[in-house]
Design a protein. Structure first.
Length: 239
């Protein structure tokens, strides 16, 4: 059974943790975290083949833990598994992104309606955020809304939405959409100071922001496609 790491925090309860000395983490978990960090970095292109030997060497992890991590990521829908071909980063296609936004929008709306009035959100200025920080801060705002529902399933849906749409957000933050994205995020984070009290205000800012991202999908896919054709990655370094 999966349990969210923030379950106790979201529900306002305390769970006694077992003290283990020294702390140990499984090799598969370490491999999973390493691959997930690489996927989030956007140094890989959509639809890129994840060759196990090269990936294990790049991340300095064993082949067996890596394979188990890839199996888990495929089960979570974060990489694509093709029989007899291996694992690939998720392709970036318009219909799949639109579907992801529809699901994410519904989950976030539901979470907003269940957010308690005592939820506190600390706003942070967006003026000096880098492109990567801008994308990450947006996703942090989405996750804050998702966690406000105190529902692990809602958190999972929002987390997957953030992951699947992350390349789009990164492309926007590095393009002509950056200024508009920054302004929209600032509006959303300002509204989230009223999270749990002025739901309509937060929802309006959230929907406007999601609308902005959805409008950028065709442009982002076109630009990412150009980079893929040229054999380039979003940033320096590739697998």
């Amino acid at each position: 059974m999966w349990l969210c790491e923030k379950l106790a925090e979201c529900r306002g309860t305390e769970i006694q943790k077992l003290s283990v000395d020294p702390p140990t983490r499984g090799k598969t978990e370490a491999a999973y975290d390493a691959v997930l960090q690489l996927l989030r970095s956007c140094t890989l292109l959509p639809g890129q083949h994840l060759r196990e030997k090269e990936l294990a060497s790049k991340l300095n992890v064993g082949r067996t833990p890596l394979r188990e991590a890839l199996i888990r990521l495929a089960a979570e829908g974060k990489v694509l598994s093709l029989s007899k071909k291996g694992y690939f980063t998720l392709p970036l296609v318009e219909w799949a992104l639109l579907d992801s936004y529809a699901v994410g929008r519904n989950a976030l709306t539901l979470a907003l309606s269940h957010t308690s009035a005592d939820r506190v959100y600390r706003t942070v200025p967006c003026d000096e955020l880098s492109a990567a920080e801008l994308a990450i801060r947006t996703e942090a705002a989405f996750m804050e809304i998702g966690q406000g529902a105190s529902n692990c399933e809602a958190c999972l849906i929002v987390e997957k939405f953030c992951f699947c749409s992350h390349p789009l957000r990164m492309e926007m933050a590095a393009s002509e959409y950056a200024a508009t994205l920054r302004t929209s995020l600032a509006t959303l984070t300002d509204a989230m100071a009223m999270l749990g009290r002025e739901t309509s205000l937060v929802k309006s800012a959230l929907m406007n922001h999601l609308d902005l991202e959805q409008r950028a999908i065709p442009h982002a896919i076109q630009e990412i496609g150009k980079k893929k054709m040229a054999g380039l990655s979003f940033s320096a370094g590739s697998l």
